[in-house]
Ligand binder design. Structure first.
Ligand code: F6P
Length: 528
Protein backbone atom coordinates (compact mmCIF):
# COMPACT_ATOMS: atom_id res chain seq x y z
CA UNK A 1 0.00 0.00 0.00
CA UNK A 2 1.48 3.39 -0.86
CA UNK A 3 1.39 5.74 2.11
CA UNK A 4 -0.09 8.46 -0.13
CA UNK A 5 -3.32 6.49 -0.32
CA UNK A 6 -6.33 8.73 0.32
CA UNK A 7 -7.75 6.43 2.94
CA UNK A 8 -4.41 6.08 4.70
CA UNK A 9 -4.23 9.87 5.04
CA UNK A 10 -7.81 9.91 6.34
CA UNK A 11 -6.86 7.33 8.95
CA UNK A 12 -3.83 9.35 10.05
CA UNK A 13 -6.03 12.43 10.43
CA UNK A 14 -8.54 10.35 12.40
CA UNK A 15 -5.74 9.05 14.61
CA UNK A 16 -4.53 12.60 15.38
CA UNK A 17 -8.09 13.60 16.22
CA UNK A 18 -8.75 10.66 18.56
CA UNK A 19 -5.37 9.62 19.98
CA UNK A 20 -6.04 11.35 23.33
CA UNK A 21 -9.42 9.67 23.78
CA UNK A 22 -8.90 7.12 26.54
CA UNK A 23 -10.96 3.94 26.65
CA UNK A 24 -12.62 5.40 29.76
CA UNK A 25 -13.78 8.43 27.75
CA UNK A 26 -14.82 6.30 24.79
CA UNK A 27 -17.05 4.11 26.98
CA UNK A 28 -18.41 7.10 28.94
CA UNK A 29 -19.34 8.92 25.75
CA UNK A 30 -21.13 6.00 24.10
CA UNK A 31 -23.30 3.68 26.23
CA UNK A 32 -23.84 1.57 23.11
CA UNK A 33 -20.10 1.02 22.54
CA UNK A 34 -20.03 -2.62 23.62
CA UNK A 35 -23.00 -3.46 21.41
CA UNK A 36 -21.48 -1.68 18.40
CA UNK A 37 -18.06 -3.33 18.84
CA UNK A 38 -19.02 -6.90 19.71
CA UNK A 39 -19.51 -9.37 16.85
CA UNK A 40 -20.53 -12.95 16.14
CA UNK A 41 -18.25 -14.84 13.78
CA UNK A 42 -19.31 -18.45 13.27
CA UNK A 43 -19.75 -19.76 16.83
CA UNK A 44 -17.27 -17.22 18.22
CA UNK A 45 -17.96 -13.94 20.02
CA UNK A 46 -15.38 -11.26 19.18
CA UNK A 47 -15.26 -8.11 21.33
CA UNK A 48 -13.07 -5.24 20.12
CA UNK A 49 -14.69 -2.60 22.40
CA UNK A 50 -11.47 -2.44 24.44
CA UNK A 51 -9.37 -1.64 21.37
CA UNK A 52 -8.51 2.04 20.72
CA UNK A 53 -11.01 2.24 17.86
CA UNK A 54 -14.50 3.66 17.33
CA UNK A 55 -17.12 2.94 14.69
CA UNK A 56 -15.63 5.77 12.64
CA UNK A 57 -12.19 4.12 12.86
CA UNK A 58 -13.70 0.86 11.67
CA UNK A 59 -15.46 2.57 8.77
CA UNK A 60 -12.19 4.16 7.68
CA UNK A 61 -10.33 0.85 8.06
CA UNK A 62 -12.84 -0.98 5.89
CA UNK A 63 -12.59 1.85 3.34
CA UNK A 64 -8.83 1.24 3.30
CA UNK A 65 -9.44 -2.49 2.84
CA UNK A 66 -11.74 -1.76 -0.07
CA UNK A 67 -9.18 0.59 -1.61
CA UNK A 68 -6.45 -2.08 -1.23
CA UNK A 69 -8.65 -4.77 -2.79
CA UNK A 70 -8.81 -7.15 0.18
CA UNK A 71 -12.26 -8.52 -0.70
CA UNK A 72 -11.30 -9.17 -4.33
CA UNK A 73 -8.05 -10.77 -3.11
CA UNK A 74 -10.01 -13.33 -1.10
CA UNK A 75 -12.31 -14.02 -4.04
CA UNK A 76 -9.31 -14.51 -6.36
CA UNK A 77 -7.81 -16.84 -3.76
CA UNK A 78 -11.06 -18.81 -3.57
CA UNK A 79 -11.00 -19.26 -7.36
CA UNK A 80 -7.45 -20.66 -7.26
CA UNK A 81 -5.92 -17.64 -8.96
CA UNK A 82 -2.23 -16.75 -8.52
CA UNK A 83 -2.10 -14.60 -5.35
CA UNK A 84 1.39 -15.64 -4.16
CA UNK A 85 3.18 -13.46 -6.70
CA UNK A 86 6.84 -14.11 -5.81
CA UNK A 87 6.35 -17.87 -6.18
CA UNK A 88 3.78 -17.53 -9.00
CA UNK A 89 1.35 -19.78 -7.15
CA UNK A 90 -2.23 -19.72 -5.91
CA UNK A 91 -2.92 -20.19 -2.18
CA UNK A 92 -5.04 -23.30 -1.91
CA UNK A 93 -5.37 -23.87 1.84
CA UNK A 94 -9.13 -23.14 1.85
CA UNK A 95 -9.66 -25.81 -0.83
CA UNK A 96 -8.49 -28.41 1.69
CA UNK A 97 -11.60 -27.87 3.81
CA UNK A 98 -14.14 -26.97 1.14
CA UNK A 99 -16.76 -29.62 0.34
CA UNK A 100 -16.58 -30.89 -3.25
CA UNK A 101 -20.18 -29.68 -3.66
CA UNK A 102 -18.97 -26.08 -3.35
CA UNK A 103 -16.63 -26.47 -6.33
CA UNK A 104 -17.40 -24.63 -9.51
CA UNK A 105 -15.47 -24.98 -12.73
CA UNK A 106 -13.57 -27.94 -14.19
CA UNK A 107 -10.08 -26.93 -13.05
CA UNK A 108 -11.07 -26.23 -9.46
CA UNK A 109 -13.04 -29.44 -9.38
CA UNK A 110 -9.97 -31.47 -10.34
CA UNK A 111 -7.94 -29.79 -7.53
CA UNK A 112 -10.67 -30.70 -5.09
CA UNK A 113 -11.07 -34.22 -6.43
CA UNK A 114 -7.36 -34.82 -5.77
CA UNK A 115 -7.74 -33.37 -2.27
CA UNK A 116 -10.74 -35.58 -1.59
CA UNK A 117 -8.99 -38.68 -2.94
CA UNK A 118 -6.03 -38.07 -0.63
CA UNK A 119 -8.36 -37.31 2.27
CA UNK A 120 -10.14 -40.62 1.69
CA UNK A 121 -6.81 -42.49 1.66
CA UNK A 122 -5.84 -40.77 4.92
CA UNK A 123 -9.16 -41.80 6.44
CA UNK A 124 -8.68 -45.41 5.32
CA UNK A 125 -5.29 -45.54 7.02
CA UNK A 126 -6.67 -43.93 10.18
CA UNK A 127 -9.56 -46.41 10.29
CA UNK A 128 -7.19 -49.34 9.67
CA UNK A 129 -5.05 -48.32 12.65
CA UNK A 130 -8.08 -47.63 14.82
CA UNK A 131 -9.45 -51.14 14.06
CA UNK A 132 -6.04 -52.67 14.74
CA UNK A 133 -5.81 -53.94 11.15
CA UNK A 134 -2.46 -52.31 10.35
CA UNK A 135 0.42 -54.66 11.12
CA UNK A 136 4.13 -53.91 11.31
CA UNK A 137 6.98 -55.78 9.66
CA UNK A 138 6.94 -58.58 12.25
CA UNK A 139 3.14 -58.89 12.27
CA UNK A 140 2.55 -56.86 15.43
CA UNK A 141 -0.47 -54.53 15.55
CA UNK A 142 0.52 -50.89 14.98
CA UNK A 143 -0.46 -48.85 18.06
CA UNK A 144 2.09 -46.00 18.03
CA UNK A 145 2.92 -43.11 15.73
CA UNK A 146 6.00 -40.88 15.68
CA UNK A 147 5.38 -37.68 13.76
CA UNK A 148 8.39 -35.83 12.32
CA UNK A 149 8.16 -32.27 10.98
CA UNK A 150 9.11 -28.67 11.73
CA UNK A 151 7.51 -25.23 11.26
CA UNK A 152 4.15 -25.56 9.56
CA UNK A 153 4.72 -29.31 9.31
CA UNK A 154 4.66 -29.53 13.09
CA UNK A 155 3.28 -26.47 14.88
CA UNK A 156 -0.30 -26.61 13.63
CA UNK A 157 -0.88 -30.37 13.90
CA UNK A 158 0.87 -30.58 17.28
CA UNK A 159 -1.08 -27.57 18.62
CA UNK A 160 -4.33 -29.19 17.45
CA UNK A 161 -3.38 -32.55 18.97
CA UNK A 162 -2.84 -30.91 22.36
CA UNK A 163 -5.96 -28.73 22.01
CA UNK A 164 -8.14 -31.76 21.22
CA UNK A 165 -6.85 -34.10 23.92
CA UNK A 166 -10.45 -34.76 24.94
CA UNK A 167 -10.92 -36.42 21.55
CA UNK A 168 -7.76 -38.55 21.17
CA UNK A 169 -7.88 -42.34 20.96
CA UNK A 170 -6.12 -43.57 24.13
CA UNK A 171 -5.22 -46.83 22.40
CA UNK A 172 -2.93 -45.03 19.96
CA UNK A 173 0.32 -43.58 21.37
CA UNK A 174 1.05 -40.38 19.45
CA UNK A 175 4.52 -38.85 19.70
CA UNK A 176 5.92 -35.69 18.04
CA UNK A 177 9.43 -34.57 17.26
CA UNK A 178 10.31 -31.33 15.51
CA UNK A 179 13.87 -30.28 16.22
CA UNK A 180 17.34 -31.17 14.98
CA UNK A 181 18.52 -31.90 18.54
CA UNK A 182 18.65 -35.68 18.93
CA UNK A 183 17.42 -35.27 22.50
CA UNK A 184 14.08 -34.19 21.06
CA UNK A 185 13.71 -37.39 19.01
CA UNK A 186 15.18 -39.64 21.71
CA UNK A 187 12.57 -38.28 24.09
CA UNK A 188 9.80 -38.89 21.56
CA UNK A 189 10.92 -42.49 20.94
CA UNK A 190 11.23 -43.27 24.66
CA UNK A 191 9.41 -46.49 25.49
CA UNK A 192 7.98 -47.14 22.01
CA UNK A 193 8.06 -50.63 20.51
CA UNK A 194 9.69 -50.33 17.05
CA UNK A 195 7.66 -53.28 15.78
CA UNK A 196 4.38 -51.53 16.62
CA UNK A 197 5.34 -48.01 15.52
CA UNK A 198 4.87 -46.14 12.26
CA UNK A 199 6.71 -42.94 11.38
CA UNK A 200 5.08 -40.10 9.44
CA UNK A 201 7.62 -37.81 7.75
CA UNK A 202 5.87 -34.44 7.33
CA UNK A 203 7.70 -32.11 5.01
CA UNK A 204 6.17 -30.06 2.21
CA UNK A 205 9.54 -29.82 0.39
CA UNK A 206 10.87 -33.14 1.72
CA UNK A 207 14.25 -31.38 1.91
CA UNK A 208 14.21 -29.69 5.31
CA UNK A 209 17.45 -30.89 6.89
CA UNK A 210 16.07 -31.16 10.44
CA UNK A 211 13.26 -33.44 9.32
CA UNK A 212 15.33 -35.59 6.94
CA UNK A 213 18.01 -35.99 9.61
CA UNK A 214 15.35 -37.09 12.12
CA UNK A 215 13.83 -39.46 9.53
CA UNK A 216 17.17 -41.17 8.99
CA UNK A 217 17.58 -41.53 12.75
CA UNK A 218 14.17 -43.17 13.01
CA UNK A 219 15.01 -45.58 10.16
CA UNK A 220 18.18 -46.52 12.07
CA UNK A 221 16.13 -46.94 15.24
CA UNK A 222 13.73 -49.27 13.42
CA UNK A 223 16.43 -51.34 11.69
CA UNK A 224 18.59 -51.64 14.79
CA UNK A 225 15.59 -52.87 16.75
CA UNK A 226 14.50 -55.80 14.63
CA UNK A 227 12.57 -54.05 11.87
CA UNK A 228 14.85 -55.14 9.03
CA UNK A 229 12.33 -53.99 6.40
CA UNK A 230 10.60 -50.75 7.57
CA UNK A 231 8.80 -50.21 4.25
CA UNK A 232 5.32 -50.79 5.64
CA UNK A 233 5.97 -48.58 8.66
CA UNK A 234 7.22 -45.40 6.98
CA UNK A 235 4.75 -42.79 5.67
CA UNK A 236 5.15 -39.33 4.15
CA UNK A 237 3.01 -36.19 3.94
CA UNK A 238 4.54 -33.93 1.34
CA UNK A 239 4.16 -31.70 -1.72
CA UNK A 240 7.27 -33.41 -3.14
CA UNK A 241 6.22 -37.07 -3.58
CA UNK A 242 9.10 -37.76 -5.96
CA UNK A 243 11.60 -36.90 -3.18
CA UNK A 244 9.72 -39.10 -0.73
CA UNK A 245 9.91 -41.96 -3.24
CA UNK A 246 13.67 -41.55 -3.68
CA UNK A 247 14.00 -41.45 0.11
CA UNK A 248 12.45 -44.92 0.10
CA UNK A 249 8.83 -44.29 1.04
CA UNK A 250 6.56 -46.53 -1.05
CA UNK A 251 3.94 -44.87 -3.23
CA UNK A 252 0.96 -46.16 -1.28
CA UNK A 253 2.36 -44.63 1.91
CA UNK A 254 2.77 -41.15 0.43
CA UNK A 255 0.01 -38.57 1.04
CA UNK A 256 0.72 -35.62 -1.19
CA UNK A 257 -0.75 -32.15 -1.42
CA UNK A 258 -0.29 -29.11 -3.62
CA UNK A 259 2.85 -26.99 -3.33
CA UNK A 260 0.37 -24.07 -3.40
CA UNK A 261 -0.60 -24.82 0.20
CA UNK A 262 1.63 -22.72 2.45
CA UNK A 263 3.34 -24.60 5.32
CA UNK A 264 1.90 -22.31 8.01
CA UNK A 265 -1.54 -22.65 6.38
CA UNK A 266 -1.41 -26.45 6.08
CA UNK A 267 -3.25 -27.72 9.18
CA UNK A 268 -6.04 -29.12 6.96
CA UNK A 269 -3.51 -30.93 4.73
CA UNK A 270 -1.92 -34.39 5.00
CA UNK A 271 0.71 -32.98 7.38
CA UNK A 272 -2.08 -33.48 9.95
CA UNK A 273 -2.32 -37.23 9.19
CA UNK A 274 -1.05 -37.99 12.69
CA UNK A 275 -3.73 -35.74 14.15
CA UNK A 276 -6.41 -37.54 12.12
CA UNK A 277 -5.12 -40.94 13.30
CA UNK A 278 -5.23 -39.73 16.88
CA UNK A 279 -8.60 -37.94 17.02
CA UNK A 280 -10.34 -39.99 14.32
CA UNK A 281 -11.82 -39.04 10.94
CA UNK A 282 -15.11 -37.69 12.30
CA UNK A 283 -13.45 -35.19 14.65
CA UNK A 284 -10.91 -34.24 11.98
CA UNK A 285 -13.72 -33.56 9.51
CA UNK A 286 -15.49 -31.49 12.18
CA UNK A 287 -12.34 -29.35 12.47
CA UNK A 288 -12.29 -28.87 8.69
CA UNK A 289 -15.98 -27.94 8.75
CA UNK A 290 -15.23 -25.33 11.41
CA UNK A 291 -12.52 -23.84 9.19
CA UNK A 292 -14.95 -23.81 6.28
CA UNK A 293 -17.52 -21.88 8.36
CA UNK A 294 -15.04 -19.00 8.67
CA UNK A 295 -13.86 -19.38 5.05
CA UNK A 296 -17.47 -18.85 3.92
CA UNK A 297 -17.98 -15.99 6.37
CA UNK A 298 -15.01 -14.17 4.77
CA UNK A 299 -16.41 -14.65 1.26
CA UNK A 300 -20.03 -13.89 2.12
CA UNK A 301 -19.67 -10.95 4.54
CA UNK A 302 -17.96 -7.88 3.09
CA UNK A 303 -17.16 -6.30 6.47
CA UNK A 304 -16.17 -9.63 7.98
CA UNK A 305 -14.57 -10.19 11.38
CA UNK A 306 -11.24 -11.78 10.38
CA UNK A 307 -10.68 -8.80 8.10
CA UNK A 308 -11.67 -6.42 10.92
CA UNK A 309 -9.10 -8.01 13.25
CA UNK A 310 -6.43 -7.76 10.54
CA UNK A 311 -7.32 -4.11 10.02
CA UNK A 312 -7.10 -3.42 13.76
CA UNK A 313 -3.65 -5.04 13.69
CA UNK A 314 -2.65 -2.56 10.96
CA UNK A 315 -4.20 0.29 13.00
CA UNK A 316 -2.29 -0.74 16.15
CA UNK A 317 1.02 -1.62 14.52
CA UNK A 318 1.32 0.84 11.64
CA UNK A 319 -0.61 3.85 12.95
CA UNK A 320 -0.58 3.75 16.77
CA UNK A 321 2.89 2.17 16.51
CA UNK A 322 2.73 -0.88 18.77
CA UNK A 323 5.52 -3.40 18.22
CA UNK A 324 4.14 -6.71 19.43
CA UNK A 325 1.00 -8.74 19.95
CA UNK A 326 0.33 -11.06 22.89
CA UNK A 327 -1.88 -14.13 22.43
CA UNK A 328 -3.29 -15.49 25.70
CA UNK A 329 -5.64 -18.48 25.51
CA UNK A 330 -7.27 -19.15 28.89
CA UNK A 331 -7.03 -22.89 28.33
CA UNK A 332 -4.25 -25.33 29.19
CA UNK A 333 -5.13 -27.40 26.14
CA UNK A 334 -4.67 -24.43 23.82
CA UNK A 335 -1.28 -23.49 25.30
CA UNK A 336 0.53 -24.12 21.98
CA UNK A 337 -1.77 -21.84 19.99
CA UNK A 338 0.59 -18.83 20.44
CA UNK A 339 3.47 -20.87 18.95
CA UNK A 340 1.39 -21.75 15.90
CA UNK A 341 0.32 -18.13 15.49
CA UNK A 342 3.91 -16.96 15.91
CA UNK A 343 4.83 -18.71 12.68
CA UNK A 344 1.53 -17.92 10.93
CA UNK A 345 1.69 -14.17 11.64
CA UNK A 346 5.43 -13.49 11.76
CA UNK A 347 6.39 -15.63 8.76
CA UNK A 348 3.51 -14.07 6.78
CA UNK A 349 3.90 -10.42 7.82
CA UNK A 350 7.58 -10.14 8.81
CA UNK A 351 8.54 -8.43 5.55
CA UNK A 352 9.87 -5.01 4.53
CA UNK A 353 9.35 -5.15 0.76
CA UNK A 354 5.96 -4.98 -0.94
CA UNK A 355 4.59 -7.50 -3.46
CA UNK A 356 5.68 -4.99 -6.10
CA UNK A 357 9.28 -5.01 -4.81
CA UNK A 358 9.19 -1.58 -3.16
CA UNK A 359 10.46 -0.88 0.35
CA UNK A 360 7.51 -0.51 2.70
CA UNK A 361 6.79 3.01 3.94
CA UNK A 362 4.79 1.68 6.90
CA UNK A 363 5.55 -0.89 9.56
CA UNK A 364 4.43 -4.42 8.66
CA UNK A 365 4.22 -7.41 11.02
CA UNK A 366 5.10 -7.34 14.72
CA UNK A 367 6.53 -9.78 17.24
CA UNK A 368 3.92 -12.29 18.35
CA UNK A 369 4.25 -14.10 21.66
CA UNK A 370 2.04 -15.62 24.29
CA UNK A 371 1.26 -18.28 26.86
CA UNK A 372 -1.82 -19.84 28.38
CA UNK A 373 -4.03 -17.74 30.61
CA UNK A 374 -3.14 -17.50 34.21
CA UNK A 375 0.48 -18.63 33.54
CA UNK A 376 0.88 -15.49 31.44
CA UNK A 377 -0.52 -13.37 34.29
CA UNK A 378 2.37 -14.56 36.41
CA UNK A 379 4.89 -14.03 33.64
CA UNK A 380 4.57 -11.00 31.34
CA UNK A 381 1.33 -9.29 32.40
CA UNK A 382 3.30 -6.85 34.58
CA UNK A 383 4.61 -5.28 31.39
CA UNK A 384 1.17 -5.29 29.79
CA UNK A 385 -0.23 -3.31 32.74
CA UNK A 386 2.61 -0.95 33.67
CA UNK A 387 5.19 -1.07 30.90
CA UNK A 388 6.17 1.93 28.80
CA UNK A 389 5.30 -0.12 25.68
CA UNK A 390 1.65 -0.60 24.73
CA UNK A 391 1.19 -4.28 23.85
CA UNK A 392 -2.21 -5.26 22.42
CA UNK A 393 -3.38 -8.64 23.71
CA UNK A 394 -5.86 -11.23 22.47
CA UNK A 395 -7.63 -12.93 25.38
CA UNK A 396 -9.27 -16.18 24.25
CA UNK A 397 -11.73 -17.97 26.55
CA UNK A 398 -14.19 -20.87 26.64
CA UNK A 399 -17.49 -21.10 28.49
CA UNK A 400 -17.32 -24.88 28.89
CA UNK A 401 -14.02 -26.68 29.28
CA UNK A 402 -13.94 -30.35 30.21
CA UNK A 403 -13.34 -29.56 33.86
CA UNK A 404 -14.68 -27.43 36.71
CA UNK A 405 -12.26 -24.52 36.36
CA UNK A 406 -13.94 -22.81 33.39
CA UNK A 407 -15.60 -20.12 35.50
CA UNK A 408 -12.41 -19.17 37.35
CA UNK A 409 -10.52 -18.98 34.08
CA UNK A 410 -13.16 -16.77 32.47
CA UNK A 411 -13.24 -14.58 35.59
CA UNK A 412 -9.48 -14.04 35.23
CA UNK A 413 -9.79 -13.30 31.51
CA UNK A 414 -12.56 -10.74 31.98
CA UNK A 415 -10.81 -9.14 34.96
CA UNK A 416 -7.62 -8.72 32.94
CA UNK A 417 -9.45 -7.16 29.98
CA UNK A 418 -11.21 -4.73 32.35
CA UNK A 419 -8.07 -3.79 34.29
CA UNK A 420 -5.96 -3.38 31.18
CA UNK A 421 -8.61 -1.06 29.74
CA UNK A 422 -9.52 1.05 32.77
CA UNK A 423 -6.55 0.73 35.11
CA UNK A 424 -6.56 1.42 38.84
CA UNK A 425 -5.41 4.61 40.62
CA UNK A 426 -7.02 4.32 44.07
CA UNK A 427 -7.12 1.58 46.67
CA UNK A 428 -10.28 -0.12 47.90
CA UNK A 429 -10.89 2.84 50.28
CA UNK A 430 -10.65 5.34 47.43
CA UNK A 431 -7.25 6.60 48.58
CA UNK A 432 -4.97 7.52 45.65
CA UNK A 433 -2.25 4.95 45.00
CA UNK A 434 1.45 5.79 45.02
CA UNK A 435 2.85 6.21 41.49
CA UNK A 436 4.53 2.78 41.33
CA UNK A 437 1.21 1.10 42.17
CA UNK A 438 -0.94 2.91 39.64
CA UNK A 439 -2.22 0.90 36.68
CA UNK A 440 -2.61 3.49 33.91
CA UNK A 441 -5.11 1.42 31.92
CA UNK A 442 -5.94 2.38 28.35
CA UNK A 443 -4.24 -0.87 27.23
CA UNK A 444 -5.97 -2.42 24.20
CA UNK A 445 -7.28 -5.98 24.12
CA UNK A 446 -9.53 -8.12 21.96
CA UNK A 447 -11.60 -10.79 23.68
CA UNK A 448 -12.59 -13.91 21.74
CA UNK A 449 -15.07 -16.17 23.53
CA UNK A 450 -16.24 -19.61 22.41
CA UNK A 451 -18.81 -22.00 23.92
CA UNK A 452 -16.24 -24.85 24.17
CA UNK A 453 -12.98 -26.16 22.68
CA UNK A 454 -14.40 -28.64 20.16
CA UNK A 455 -12.79 -29.61 16.84
CA UNK A 456 -15.15 -27.18 15.08
CA UNK A 457 -14.28 -24.28 17.38
CA UNK A 458 -10.57 -24.99 16.98
CA UNK A 459 -10.99 -24.98 13.21
CA UNK A 460 -12.88 -21.68 13.43
CA UNK A 461 -10.14 -20.09 15.56
CA UNK A 462 -7.37 -21.24 13.20
CA UNK A 463 -9.19 -19.97 10.11
CA UNK A 464 -10.03 -16.67 11.89
CA UNK A 465 -6.31 -15.99 12.42
CA UNK A 466 -5.33 -17.22 8.94
CA UNK A 467 -7.70 -14.77 7.25
CA UNK A 468 -6.84 -12.01 9.76
CA UNK A 469 -3.17 -12.42 8.82
CA UNK A 470 -3.80 -12.46 5.08
CA UNK A 471 -6.08 -9.39 5.35
CA UNK A 472 -3.35 -7.43 7.13
CA UNK A 473 -0.81 -8.52 4.53
CA UNK A 474 -2.95 -7.39 1.63
CA UNK A 475 -3.67 -4.01 3.25
CA UNK A 476 0.05 -3.53 3.83
CA UNK A 477 0.79 -4.53 0.25
CA UNK A 478 2.98 -7.51 1.16
CA UNK A 479 2.81 -11.12 0.02
CA UNK A 480 1.63 -13.13 3.06
CA UNK A 481 2.44 -16.46 1.41
CA UNK A 482 6.21 -16.50 0.78
CA UNK A 483 9.15 -16.70 3.22
CA UNK A 484 12.33 -15.87 1.37
CA UNK A 485 13.93 -14.66 4.60
CA UNK A 486 14.38 -18.19 5.93
CA UNK A 487 15.75 -19.84 2.81
CA UNK A 488 19.32 -18.53 2.97
CA UNK A 489 19.84 -19.47 6.61
CA UNK A 490 19.31 -23.12 5.72
CA UNK A 491 22.12 -23.02 3.12
CA UNK A 492 24.49 -21.06 5.39
CA UNK A 493 24.04 -23.64 8.15
CA UNK A 494 25.04 -26.42 5.77
CA UNK A 495 28.23 -24.59 4.73
CA UNK A 496 29.25 -23.83 8.32
CA UNK A 497 28.55 -27.42 9.35
CA UNK A 498 30.85 -28.64 6.58
CA UNK A 499 33.63 -26.28 7.69
CA UNK A 500 33.28 -27.37 11.33
CA UNK A 501 33.36 -31.01 10.26
CA UNK A 502 36.52 -30.54 8.20
CA UNK A 503 37.97 -27.98 10.67
CA UNK A 504 38.71 -25.79 7.64
CA UNK A 505 37.12 -22.46 8.58
CA UNK A 506 36.65 -19.97 5.74
CA UNK A 507 38.95 -17.10 6.66
CA UNK A 508 36.78 -14.72 4.66
CA UNK A 509 34.18 -14.99 7.39
CA UNK A 510 34.02 -12.12 9.92
CA UNK A 511 36.19 -12.42 13.02
CA UNK A 512 33.28 -13.01 15.33
CA UNK A 513 32.02 -15.94 13.31
CA UNK A 514 35.47 -17.42 12.99
CA UNK A 515 36.03 -17.02 16.73
CA UNK A 516 32.76 -18.77 17.52
CA UNK A 517 33.62 -21.63 15.16
CA UNK A 518 37.11 -21.99 16.66
CA UNK A 519 35.78 -21.81 20.23
CA UNK A 520 33.24 -24.54 19.42
CA UNK A 521 35.86 -26.75 17.71
CA UNK A 522 38.22 -26.27 20.66
CA UNK A 523 35.66 -27.46 23.17
CA UNK A 524 34.33 -30.16 20.82
CA UNK A 525 37.83 -31.63 20.65
CA UNK A 526 38.15 -31.57 24.43
CA UNK A 527 40.80 -28.88 24.51
CA UNK A 528 40.83 -26.68 27.68
O1 F6P B 1 10.52 -21.99 8.19
C1 F6P B 1 10.66 -22.11 6.81
C2 F6P B 1 9.76 -23.22 6.33
O2 F6P B 1 9.85 -23.32 4.95
C3 F6P B 1 8.31 -23.03 6.77
O3 F6P B 1 7.61 -22.14 5.96
C4 F6P B 1 7.82 -24.45 6.70
O4 F6P B 1 6.59 -24.62 7.39
C5 F6P B 1 8.99 -25.18 7.37
O5 F6P B 1 10.15 -24.48 6.89
C6 F6P B 1 9.06 -26.66 7.07
O6 F6P B 1 9.14 -26.85 5.69
P1 F6P B 1 8.80 -28.32 5.10
O7 F6P B 1 7.36 -28.61 5.43
O8 F6P B 1 9.06 -28.20 3.65
O9 F6P B 1 9.72 -29.31 5.79
Amino acid sequence: MSSNSVNWKELLRHYEATVDLSLHKRFDSDPERAKKLGFECGDLWVDVAKQKVDTETIDLLFDLAEEQGVTSFFHSMSFGEVVNLSEARPALHTFLRRPLSEESGKDLRSISENINETFNRMSELAEKIKSKQLLGFSGKVINSVINLGIGGSHLGPFMAFEALQDYVNPEIEMRWSSGLDAADLDNALQGLDPESTIVIICSKTFSTSETISAANRVLNWLSSNGVSDPTTQVFAATASPEKALSFGVVQENIFSFSESVGGRFSLASPVALGLMISIGCKNFEEMLDGMNIIDRHVLEVTRNIPMLLGLIDVWNNSIIGTNSLAIVPYSYRLRYFPSHLQQLMMESLGKSVSSEGESLKTKSGVAVFGASGTDAQHSFFQMLHQGTETIPVDLIGFARLSNETSQELIANLIAQAETLAFGQDTDEKGIPLLPHKILPGDKPSTVILAPDLSPSILGQLVALYEHRTVSAGVVLGINPFDQWGVEFGKQAAKEIANELQSSKIDTNRDDSTQTLMKRYSHWRDGKP
